[in-house]
Write a protein that binds this ligand. Sequence first.
Ligand code: AP5
Length: 214
Amino acid sequence: MKIIMLGAPGAGKGTQAKKIAAKYQIPHISTGDIFRANIKNGTELGMKAKSYMDAGGLVPDEITIGMLLDRIHEADCQNGYVLDGFPRTIPQAESLTKALKEMGESIDYAVNVDVPDENIINRMSGRRACLGCGATYHIVYNAPAKEGVCDVCGQSLVLRDDDKPETVKKRLQVYHEQTQPLIDYYKKEGVLAEVDGTKDMEEVFQAIVDILGA
Ligand code: AP5
């Protein structure tokens, strides 16, 4: 099964994508996580991506598209995957559609996790991320067992640089301008599914499972 997660920054795409990956035994591919891993390891790709990410903008398509297409050609993607954070622009979506067509494949579901802007800033300021393993928490809605420490790998949790309120506002603006049009794109492709992302995390997941099938 090939799934795309759509939604504003902080809508809960990553939270739900991890659950989907675990339930359906497919890889979770987050372009944001790939960029953050590269930044942490000081690679050339990471250095290029960092300035765009810290400013709340998008990493240019010419960097992002090739990186993602290489990833979905890897062996673990044979039975599908859940894409989290890609595509984010119409050219990214068109490149993905074209690449899949060349492989005789297509996307099965584009799941839009719908959350209004008012809820987003609150969620982001409470999010804590583990730079070690990529796990995410929320200080109120999904707190770790020990404050500031990752339940999975024991490393320290941080507020992401791009989760500061002024950067979140910029990311929301970029989302509305460049990424929201993908909802119509995938509606036209006949694969759009919508879920109410304001509900409790487990309720959101159940709504997604109802769409994807048990
Ligand atoms: P990326 O890492 O993809 O960030 P994002 O899309 O902005 O999404 P987030 O990770 O911020 O949020 P999310 O929707 O996954 O929410 P989460 O589940 O964590 O990208 C970062 C940057 O990289 C971009 O800004 C860009 O610069 C660059 N980039 C990445 N991909 C790119 C691309 N394709 N092209 C160009 N540039 C790209 O949840 C948020 C918080 O809310 C958490 O604390 C969580 O615990 C909590 N929460 C989740 N669900 C619920 C719920 N139902 N109720 C209450 N709280 C909840």
